[in-house]
Design a protein around this ligand. Structure first.
Ligand code: ZN
Length: 73
């Protein structure tokens, strides 16, 4: 089954993510940055993380939903 990538809208074969493999790779770097941020700011809310790291809240929430990112609380 083919899906449209949520980020770049290209078609890709369905995986557990709703973004294509190349966007998964691109977001891996972002995940590292977010994890570093969370370590330094344990009380940060989703909105603060999104604003300070420079990522869409939607993207951030999708990462959490996909299990790529664990929020502290
Ligand atoms: Zn993509």
């Amino acid at each position: 089954m083919l899906k449209n990538c949520r980020t770049c809208h290209s078609l890709f074969t369905s995986s557990k993510y709703d973004i294509c493999p190349s966007c998964v790779e691109a977001e891996k770097q972002l995940v590292v940055e977010i994890k570093t941020y969370i370590k330094k700011h344990r009380q940060a809310t989703t909105l603060e993380i999104a604003r300070d790291v420079g990522v869409d809240v939607t993207t951030l929430l999708a990462m959490v939903r996909d299990g790529r990112l664990k929020m502290m609380g």
